[in-house]
Design a protein around this ligand. Structure first.
Ligand SMILES: [Zn+2]
Length: 449
């Protein structure tokens, strides 16, 4: 059996792992490279394998760095089955269509053919098959897999694969419990090989309570300063989690009622998918829903769909809160708000998600005082604050704890989906503290299992 790292190796994005067994060729994730131009360039290159020969694509979750090249795979000849959880299938449809529009936009700017278009996304959806957590799925008579709740985003999964008498476990992205809405990351009891993420392989987050206090303090601060609180958030998860917590803060009168805008058509559509899968929520959220509370609706909250409604937000007097995409400030409506409000020291930008190197969000996080937004220089005087506790990713201690639960021996741990520093820090820690052999594979590296 052979495993090749075609993405997510010494880089956070582009997750794509090819497992070749005697009976089937299985691709786990087929994500987009994001961030720096040299990485994004990799998206346009031919796959280093023949897509027509792939029998199965198993998708851990619907983030773009895990699904974003699926339409290209189909365009290039893939005809197998794409298996993922039911919510991930629905989100994939939504986010891939959005991605197709972004690809078309980017292609016009750089005058090249887009990576794929809307028709390729629709063609891809025909290959999707949605499954639930927990059941073993027979791919071939001797190759089986199972999706287990990763607690990272709604529908996210750890994928366990049994093949050739061995068990290989792909963590996808692991969650950061406890979080609003989602169930905790499930533990896996056994594995011969583990492919584990490491986005925060060298850091530990604030606790759940601390992060809620940070949000509360941030709101109180902009109220006192009559400023604007901007929260760049991806259309799913961070948006819904922040809303869930705002719902509580507002309804318990812990913060004054001020206008709150969710300025992202995609986030509004994603929230509708959430409502379809309430059975995937954790107990606390389920209780709240059962008690009659609409967790995505509270006084002051407004969802703005059209561009006209979005522009009107600027006329609303401060203080106010604006949640808008994209989560790493690489596009979307947040850019208009950032351009307008970053130059004012009374305003605040609260960063709640992971910021890939090379993105505007990362530059703001690192304290740059002047940035380019839509070809204009913008001076950054607003306060920038990051809340790691909102991260959807497990931190170092949670990753180590998750691995520690596995029955020994584990033959080898491959550390992926992290920048150099975090990936090596985690590998070192796993070697030292758990006594497991852990390495950081290179892009294109092949290993015999
Ligand atoms: Zn993810």
């Amino acid at each position: 059996m052979k495993l090749t790292f075609h993405g997510g190796a010494q880089v956070v994005t582009g997750a794509c792992y090819l497992l070749e067994t005697k009976e089937a060729k299985i691709l786990v994730d087929c994500g987009l490279f994001q961030g720096k131009r040299e990485w994004r360039q990799l998206n346009y290159e031919d796959f280093p394998f023949d897509p027509a020969e792939i029998d199965f694509v198993l998708l851990t979750h619907s983030h773009m760095d895990h699904i974003g090249r699926v339409p290209k795979l189909v365009k290039d000849g893939f005809k197998g089955k794409i298996i993922t959880t039911n919510p991930s299938r629905d989100f994939s449809h939504l986010f891939l269509l959005d991605s197709a529009h972004l690809q078309e936009e980017e292609a016009r700017e750089v005058r090249r053919d887009p990576l794929y278009g809307e028709a390729d996304v629709e063609a891809s959806m025909k290959f999707f098959q949605g499954v639930d957590y927990g059941g073993k799925i027979e791919l071939t008579p001797n190759v089986k897999c199972r999706f287990t709740d990763a607690g990272h985003i709604l529908g996210s999964a750890i994928i366990e694969i049994w093949a050739g008498g061995k068990k290989i476990v792909f963590t996808g992205d692991l969650g950061n419990p406890p979080v609003p809405l989602l169930k905790a990351t499930e533990l896996v009891d056994k594995a011969d090989y583990v492919i584990i993420e490491s986005a925060y392989g060298n850091r530990n987050h604030e606790t759940f309570e601390e992060r809620k206090n940070i949000l509360e303090d941030a709101i109180e601060e902009v109220v006192a300063n009559k400023g604007v609180l901007m929260i760049p958030a991806f259309a799913m998860e961070r948006t819904q989690e922040v809303l869930y917590e705002l719902n509580e803060l507002v309804e318990k009168s812990r913060v004054p009622k001020i206008p709150i805008f969710v300025d992202s058509p995609l986030a509004i559509k994603a929230t509708a998918v959430y409502r379809r899968y309430e059975n995937y929520f954790n107990q606390e959220a389920t209780h709240l829903i059962d008690s009659g509370d609409d967790i995505f609706k509270f006084p002051g909250l407004e969802m703005t769909v059209s561009g006209q409604e979005s522009r009107k937000i600027n006329n609303i007097p401060k203080p106010k809160i604006i949640i808008a995409g994209s989560g790493m400030s690489t596009g979307g409506r947040i850019l208009f708000h950032e351009k307008l409000y970053l130059p004012d020291p009374n305003n605040k930008l609260l960063i709640v998600g992971y910021q890939v190197k090379g993105t505007l969000g990362r530059r703001l996080l690192e304290g740059e005082k002047e940035v380019m937004i839509k070809n204009e220089k913008v001076s950054v005087k607003a306060k920038i604050q990051a809340v790691g506790g909102y991260s959807a990713h497990a931190d170092q201690q949670k990753l180590v704890h998750w691995l520690d639960h596995l029955k020994k021996p584990v033959q080898q741990v491959f550390v992926v989906q992290g920048e150099d520093g975090p990936a090596h820090a985690l590998a070192q820690k796993v070697n030292d503290e758990l006594g497991m052999k852990a390495t950081v594979p290179k892009l294109g590296e092949e290993v015999e299992l």
